[in-house]
Design a protein around this ligand. Structure first.
Ligand SMILES: Nc1ncnc2c1ncn2[C@@H]1O[C@H](COP(=O)(O)OP(=O)(O)OP(=O)(O)O)[C@@H](O)[C@H]1O
Length: 236
């Protein structure tokens, strides 16, 4: 289990994440919904070790990870797909994917994992020698998710995987994520795209100004008046 306990992030005087606590289990998909600036990315960065916690802790399988640098967090089985993807445009698909296999836990099975990535994203197999900067946004997002999978994570953190993608591409991406999840990986997704993320998640949390203000199963949140008002324009 991945546990966030009283997670608190400050940037100078600005309190971006204010005592957030929840957990994700393997094979489960949890979404954190929130508007721009609510603190969604900061939660993921704090779990991945790319920003420091001001208070609280991140506990993985009973072991406290707080204070461990980002490259070592990956060794423990947590991979972040950052907003903006973080892929390297001047490298090929295959080179980008292989970069993901740096943790010790991933090295021995690198080729098998790549075969699994290609099964979930056949497009990447076809384009394995293509430079990533020549690819579409949706294809680059596949590379980003594939690269994270190459580290053999138990938990995959996804920062707005739908951002900048056409609706049909978003649907395909979430279907692919469902397949990643079927392999037993826990997904922690932060999103502004409420409909599609709730459709593919088990549970969700609402984040406002760094605090959790609501939670429930996806179905409960989809039918929640406050969620509808804030994110779905009050429509049916
Ligand atoms: N490095 C930083 N230095 C100072 N303030 C920051 C920094 N990163 C984020 N913030 C601030 O912290 C708050 C939360 O930011 P964060 O990126 O976590 O929100 P978000 O919910 O992911 O937003 P978005 O959907 O726009 O990406 C914002 O007010 C933001 O301006």
């Amino acid at each position: 289990m991945l546990e966030l306990k009283n997670l608190t992030v400050r940037y100078g005087k600005h309190l971006a994440v204010d005592g957030v606590s929840f957990s994700v289990t393997k094979g489960e998909a949890v979404v954190v919904l929130g508007a721009n600036g609510a603190g969604k990315s900061s939660i993921l960065k704090a779990v991945a070790g790319t920003v420091a916690l001001s208070d609280g802790s991140v506990v993985l399988g009973g072991e406290t990870l707080t204070g461990i640098p980002a490259h070592k967090v990956t060794n423990h089985g947590i991979a972040l797909v950052p907003e903006g993807r973080g892929v390297i445009g001047r490298m090929t698909v295959e080179e980008n994917l292989r970069l993901g296999a740096t943790p010790q836990r991933a090295r021995a099975s690198e080729d098998d994992t790549m075969a699994q990535v290609f099964e979930i994203f056949p497009r990447l197999k076809e384009r394995r020698s293509q430079f990533v900067h020549t690819m579409s946004g949706g294809e680059q997002q596949m590379v980003a998710v594939g690269r994270a999978m190459m580290s053999k994570p138990d938990y995959l953190l996804l920062d707005e995987p739908s951002l900048g993608l056409a609706p049909i591409v978003v649907g395909d991406m979430f279907k692919a994520l469902a397949r990643v999840r079927e392999t037993g990986v826990g997904l922690l997704i932060v999103e502004q795209n409420v409909r599609i993320s709730l459709r593919h998640a088990d549970r969700g949390y609402l984040l406002e100004a760094g605090r959790i203000t609501g939670s429930g199963t996806s179905e409960e949140l989809m039918n929640d008046a406050a969620v509808r008002q804030a994110f779905l324009g009050g429509d049916t």
